[in-house]
Design a protein around this ligand. Structure first.
Ligand SMILES: *[C@@H]1O[C@H](CO)[C@@H](O)[C@H](O)[C@H]1NC(C)=O
Ligand SMILES: [Zn+2]
Length: 386
């Protein structure tokens, strides 16, 4: 499909602010320098449409126009390794266990999140191909490692780098082992993406406080609460910080494909992408995404949000391939997505130099920490005895 027609579709469904004269001038001035048209990549923008090749210039244009895409160049085989007949793993009933979750909820701290997000947004950009994007991954890796080393509590928890073939910013995986060895191959995954991007030019500043520093720090705080309290689930619970989400879900596709190839039976994955901005059109709420997600898992997410959060739940849609949960869905696993509010009321600052901590509510992020915590603990203790 021609980019022009894509643009029309996009403008019809999402209100996109037109660039100011200054931004237009900046793009015109620099575009020819940064965008080598030889980096052709195969992208997909809708489930039932054929993929097509795009230049980097066109992909930058898609980013500005809010067109979500999956860059499938290196991952056309995602979703082909796990037999469809294996189906999805059964989920627990919607019963909740406050007694199991409460002790961890008490550990969550907005002050911690503010310190971490302030540091994380100091990197000039966390663009996946940039030097500072590599440094920010190392910084994040160190925060997580330090938490593991410093605790006296008895969790069986480890961390590893998931290196990517064509760029330096690695993804990060931290894992609590489960007590029940027969469930070792059935982890629960809580994810966020660590990279950021400036939609006008990748070289420009991109603090990415909301997108997705907020999700990164939300799940870091959940991880901290669990590590410090000696979390010992029945099944493995993993925390993932993906690289290169903004470039067409490259990091999460690589990770999901490796799980699929190893025959891992992920029981559930939840993505935390943008948890820090409170919109202006609607009352503060959880945005629970209902398109391109697993319906049964999403129902459980609603239950956990109502049980462990203090704000209402709002159903919303974000379209095809709008964040990393889509990679897990494509690999044949159950995935869900919670976002800061109605998609139409999400932060207008993302993908620009203005996505900074001044627009972030740490209380709002804490609501998402409670939800992710409920998700991790409830599903981590699930024995498979539906
Ligand atoms: C371990 O998991 C298996 C499979 O779900 C289950 O049958 C068994 O009862 C569990 N063991 C314990 C001690 O919970
Ligand atoms: Zn983004």
């Amino acid at each position: 499909m021609k980019l022009q027609s894509l643009l029309l579709i996009s403008l019809a469904s999402v209100a996109v602010a037109a660039p100011s004269w200054w931004e237009q001038w900046t793009i015109k001035k620099h575009e020819s320098v940064i965008v080598a048209d030889d980096d052709m990549r195969l992208v997909q923008v809708a489930e039932n449409e054929a993929p097509f090749y795009t230049s980097e210039k066109e992909r930058m244009e898609m980013l500005r126009s809010n067109i979500h895409y999956m860059d499938i160049t290196d991952n056309t085989d995602l979703g082909t390794y796990r037999a469809k007949s294996l189906g999805k793993k059964p989920l627990p009933s919607a019963a909740v266990h406050q007694n199991k979750v409460a002790r961890y909820v008490d550990q969550l701290s907005t002050a911690n999140m503010e310190v971490a997000l302030t540091e994380f947004t100091k990197f000039h950009t966390r663009y996946y191909k940039s030097e500072t994007g590599h440094q920010s991954a190392q910084w994040l890796y160190k925060q997580i490692s330090d938490l593991i080393e410093e605790t006296d509590a008895e969790s069986d928890v480890s961390i590893r780098k998931f290196e990517h073939d064509n760029w330096k910013q690695f993804s990060i995986i931290a894992r609590f082992e489960g007590k029940n060895e027969s469930l070792t191959n059935e982890p629960v995954i809580v994810g966020a993406h660590q990279d950021s991007v400036n939609m006008w030019l990748p070289q420009l500043r991109s603090p990415g406080a909301d997108d997705d520093g907020s999700g990164t720090v939300t799940i870091l705080e959940v991880f901290r609460a669990l590590v410090n309290t000696g979390f010992r689930p029945h099944r493995p619970v993993e925390f993932h910080w993906y690289s290169a989400e903004e470039a067409g879900l490259l990091g999460s596709q690589a990770v999901a494909k490796s799980y699929e190839k190893k025959g891992v039976d992920v029981i559930a994955m939840i993505q935390n992408d943008m948890t820090g901005y409170v919109g202006t059109k609607f009352a503060e709420s959880y945005g629970i995404v209902v398109d391109y997600v697993d319906e049964d898992l999403t129902e459980l997410v609603r239950v956990y949000a109502r049980e462990y959060g203090d704000i209402p739940v709002r159903e919303t849609k974000c379209g095809y391939a709008c964040s990393d949960h889509a990679s897990w869905a494509k690999a044949g696993y159950r995935s869900a997505f919670a976002i800061e509010g109605d998609f139409s009321d999400s932060s207008p600052y993302i993908h620009t130099a203005n996505d900074d901590v001044s627009h972030i509510s740490f209380d709002h992020m804490k609501q998402f920490a409670k939800l992710a915590l409920g998700f991790a603990v409830e599903l981590g203790y699930y024995k498979g005895d539906k």
